[in-house]
Design a protein around this ligand. Structure first.
Ligand code: DGY
Length: 332
């Protein structure tokens, strides 16, 4: 029996790629940059499976160009790059990679938090530029962490993992804002679920761990930054469009907040003249939160398993739209 045809939009770790190659007739896009939209459309046209990254826009138009497609397996926990309702309406399963990048992302959020609070990147530039002449009693003063308040936007797996680090290691009080209560966080970390305004006003560190959707897009604009403490540090490891970057730059310039640590921007990469790249109190990393050996290998394995199950018409290991089961077509 011929193997199902699939397109993989980038070289991913061998832990997943080997499985895909074994089970499928795979074409792998081997360029470092994403396939252009017209190339992607042409490549998926005859495919039963697509393994995509967050850099690919998977919309109704693309899905219509791939009439045999049975599964889109995203190599990411986030799936805002995929029109899931359009996929469901066409009987196409969508998979993601939850759970395996929780600790890596929480570690990155904490790294940004402490680096921004203690001005570490700015200090490194200072030392490297030859301006370091003596020990300065008034120089490079940052914010304390112990006993401060952490505000978590979105108390899911990653928000909770960050809160555990901050509460357990630094004795922080934890506030969170989420449409759903998280009883584990309340019991284990004494976390308190509050209105957004309360969280903004009372937190010393505000860290974003919520999905990007029509409700959350642009939720961090001038009004939100003005409600935060002038000593506050803002951290985003979620998705860039949650933040109005022009307003964040103004908040950092005017001292409405103390500093920011970002792993995500809008767009990615940011344009070279984006002011966030040159503000001393802003750290920008190139979306690397899940970039650890274990996380990326496990993401690759789950994405491969999702892809293979999808082309076979089986349940996905991590299924974004299980309700599609009734609509799936095919011979299996
Ligand atoms: C995700 O998985 O959604 C991250 O943003 C990238 O690993």
């Amino acid at each position: 029996m011929p193997k199902p045809k699939v397109f993989v939009t980038r070289v991913i770790p061998e832990a997943g790629l080997a499985k895909v190659r074994e089970a499928c007739d795979a074409t792998v896009w081997s360029e470092p940059l994403p396939p252009p939209a017209d190339v992607l459309r042409r490549e998926v046209a005859g495919c039963e499976g697509l393994l995509s990254l967050l850099t690919e826009r998977i919309d109704a138009e693309l899905l219509d160009a791939a009439p045999r497609l049975r599964v889109v397996s995203n190599y990411a926990v986030g799936f805002n790059n995929i029109d899931v309702s359009a996929a469901t309406a066409r009987g196409i399963a969508v998979g993601n990679t939850p759970g395996v990048l929780t600790d890596a992302t929480a570690d990155m959020a904490f790294a940004l938090l402490i680096a921004a609070a203690r001005r570490i990147v700015e200090s490194q530039h200072y030392a490297a530029s030859g301006r370091w002449k003596t020990w300065e009693p008034l120089g490079h003063i940052g914010q304390d962490l112990v006993g401060r308040t952490l505000g978590v936007l979105g108390m899911g797996r990653i928000g909770m993992a960050l809160a555990r680090r901050c509460h357990g290691g630094w004795g922080m009080r934890v506030l969170y804002h989420d449409p759903r209560a998280n009883p584990d966080a309340e019991r284990e970390l004494a976390a308190r679920r509050v209105e957004l305004d309360t969280l903004l006003a009372e937190s010393d560190f505000v860290s974003v761990h919520t999905d990007l959707n029509d409700t959350t897009r642009g939720m961090f604009g001038a009004a939100a930054f003005r409600k935060m403490k002038p000593t506050a540090v803002f951290v985003n490891t979620s998705r860039g469009p949650l933040v109005v970057e022009r307003d964040l730059a103004e908040a950092l310039r005017q001292g409405w907040i103390f500093a920011a640590g970002l792993d995500v921007t809008d767009p990615e990469p940011p344009s070279p003249d984006n002011p966030l790249l040159s503000l001393a109190n802003c750290i920008v990393a190139p979306h690397i939160a899940s970039a650890t050996v274990t996380s990326r290998n496990q993401m690759a394995e789950i994405a491969a398993d999702n892809l293979i199950a999808g082309v076979r018409g089986e349940p996905l290991r991590a299924w974004v739209n299980p309700e599609v089961a009734d609509r799936r077509t095919g011979s299996d």
